[in-house]
Design a protein around this ligand. Sequence first.
Ligand SMILES: Nc1ncnc2c1ncn2[C@@H]1O[C@H](COP(=O)(O)OP(=O)(O)OP(=O)(O)O)[C@@H](O)[C@H]1O
Length: 703
Amino acid sequence: MGFRQSSKATSTSSTQILIQNAKFITSKDVIDVASRVYDSYKRDKKLCYTFLVALSGVTALVVHETSAATGLMKGSLGDFRKNKKEKKQINIKNRNVAKKERSSAAVDEQFLSNLVQLGKIVLPSWRCKSVFLLSTQTVMLISRSYISLRIARKGGEGLQAVMERSWNHFLFVLADFYVCGIAASIVNSSLKYLTNSITVNFRHNLTKHVHEKYLSNRQYYKHAVLRKGNLDNADQRITDDLNMWCATSADLFSRTFKPLLDVILSTKRMSESMGYKGLTILYSYFFFSGHVIRFFSPPFSDYIQETQKKEGDFRRSHSRLISHAEEVAFLDGAEREKEILNEKLNQLTAWSQYYFFRQFIQGVLDQYFIKYGASMIGWPVLAFPFLLAKDMEEKELVARYREADTLIQNASSSIGDLLMVYKKLQKLSGFTSRVVDLLHSVESGEEEKEKEIEGRSNGIVRTSSNDDEIEFQNVTVFSPDNRLLIKDVSLKIRRGESLFITGANGAGKTSLFRVLAGLWEASEGVVLRPRNGLKSIKSEGGDDGDVSSLFYVPQRPYLVTGSLRDQILYPAKQKSDEDEFDKDDERILECLARVNLVKLLKKGDRSVGLDRLEHDWNDVLSGGEKQRIGLARLYFHAPRFAILDEATSAINPDEEGALYEEFEKNNITVFSIAHRMELKRFHKKHLHFKADGKGNWTLKKIL
Ligand SMILES: Nc1ncnc2c1ncn2[C@@H]1O[C@H](COP(=O)(O)OP(=O)(O)OP(=O)(O)O)[C@@H](O)[C@H]1O
């Protein structure tokens, strides 16, 4: 190489020296340095192989994700142009302290078994995408450790080159260092990307699993209304806690694996220059300080559970205000609502301050023992072997000291990271406990369902052999808070024999039909109902399945997110077949006309009118209009039997007659729960609940 020493080197700045020497560098020198750097990487086989394998993993992932996203975009756009009605479908688709006997969130055997349980859900098979991501991340982490080792070595070599005053050697080390930097930046970004991808995949698998359980056997109803299993804030657990568990577990893997590997590799390399004695002292210190920290550490896992619970309570108070905004506004209840919200906020703030203060105290201990304590022990451990190495050449001593210094700093920081893993484990344990509580609660419903099937519950609901009748045989019903509501009810309703039901508030009128619908269990008796009676339209085989033979129309009908069409179709969805879609639209328009709601259609093409979208239909429809939607939905599904729970209470009485005539015309037999006796004339039988606390009732024919 043609580098020449400059006589002015000692009196000029390093930049000037570089500029002055640059003109002596020939292209042959550049090729020479490049080929030496290339040769040096060729010899570092472990680094090259891991880097290439990891890089191909990430490349495969990026290609896969990009093509999936492009396909989705193209698909949506294609559909958008091809079929106007499908476009509408795409549009519609797009919208829970401390100080317990055993801490429910301790890092112990139970925690490990919970982790295994969740692990089977997020990693359903060896060939799933998450396993591929974790494998790629593992190779990437190994590669990152090798790069760190090489960078440490280059630091030492760079210093040696300076000691030798060798331009040749220095530029070679510098070029090598630049290449390491490129590799390190690719690996670092890929590691972050992989951790995020793993979190997203874990979350997708776990949340889908929870949805499956939560939405089967009416678990959502049992937890929200009947408060079975004491599951608080199910919405927050599903949206926040699951995500936090996934993010913490994905992060924990890289935070454990990389430092562990760094410690092993750095220890091996350091032992070559320092022997194992000093390292044993250093590692014994870490072992001791780890135990001290663990002993003084407060139960952070329980603190996390409490924080999540308080966050959930606060959020729920806000959700309630949104849901009941109009009632609050009418009652001018803003001041009271502000008090309620501020009370929850104060509880959350006080708790968060306590939690962060405990974190601060713990942080002081962690910093002293892990960071500075490690340096206080590490420094002499590093220096002693070099102080005793009298025979070593000066420049070699400096280079090796520099490399060992970098390595010991890496190892110390990695061991520090490993000790901090305990904190992460506590955090993960807190989230694990909440997620497992959620899973156990939603899964317990399946056992209940099995009991029901085995007929162990006293009250039994069975399918009748006759689809045209509903029968109650000696049915006794208690409220969830154990009050006798209905005693020994026996009655048979055949098709065409509409039943009028009256009784004081809280007498148990709706409760009888909750038993019929399977929402509540009767304490005694048998209920016989028609086939398909309670199955949802979806479980009946999709769009073309049988319509439920029993339909419920409440006083305040549920309005689903979506178009006007969706309100009438619920719980069915719009058909993908164009002819079927058009037929349904015709029937929806007919049903809307029967309840006098044609005015809700958007102006223009009538079927386009059904596309009318509202952010929340509850906010734009009056009480009577909501009830009319409920009746239009009933006409559309035309079931054999319908429970009308004060379903026409907000509709002007002179229109009720026409609406009831429509039930007869469409052969819909109704059970009308009402307080207005005028409706009696549209029925054949009258069931009256006495509300005397003894469950007494009377049944009379209407003449
Ligand atoms: N989820 C529940 N948890 C506890 N008690 C409940 C629950 N749901 C209803 N109840 C109680 O069961 C009793 C019967 O309720 P139900 O809804 O059947 O009354 P109702 O006769 O339909 O009254 P109304 O005419 O006021 O609608 C009431 O006293 C009510 O407080």
